[in-house]
Write a protein that binds this ligand. Structure first.
Ligand SMILES: [Cu+2]
Length: 118
């Protein structure tokens, strides 16, 4: 009985850690042609700097076979694309005003951000 409770507590701890505390290492990128690797539960780079008012192309390279990684969504840009495994999918990003635009998988476990500034 005690063992079951301990296991339950450990599980709750793990869930809290994963959803609220765990922040994968963030990598910055500066360019307008960027390859983003989708692997081990993270986008790499996860923070992408883009110049304002200029379109750019992101190449997503999904290595992770987990179904969680299948989609990438840019909610503010109304972009959602599926990512094939072990192939490169290019996504055209329209010219954007300065600001921050998040992107993530459908369950928001993979998370990244476009940072648009001069
Ligand atoms: Cu997901």
């Amino acid at each position: 009985m005690l063992l079951v409770n301990l296991f339950g507590l450990a599980l709750i701890g793990l869930i809290i850690w994963w959803f609220w505390l765990y922040r994968p290492e963030q990598v910055d990128a500066d360019s307008t042609a960027i390859t983003v690797r989708v692997e081990h539960g993270v986008y790499q780079p996860a923070h992408i700097h883009l110049p304002p008012d200029q379109s750019s192309v992101l190449s997503f390279e999904r290595v992770d076979e987990s179904p969680c990684a299948e989609m990438v969504l840019f909610p503010e840009l109304e972009i959602s694309e599926s990512l094939p495994v072990n192939r490169v999918k290019t996504i055209r990003i329209p010219p954007l005003k300065s600001g921050e635009y998040e992107f993530h998988c459908q369950m928001q476990m993979y998370r990244g951000k476009l940072i648009v500034s001069d």
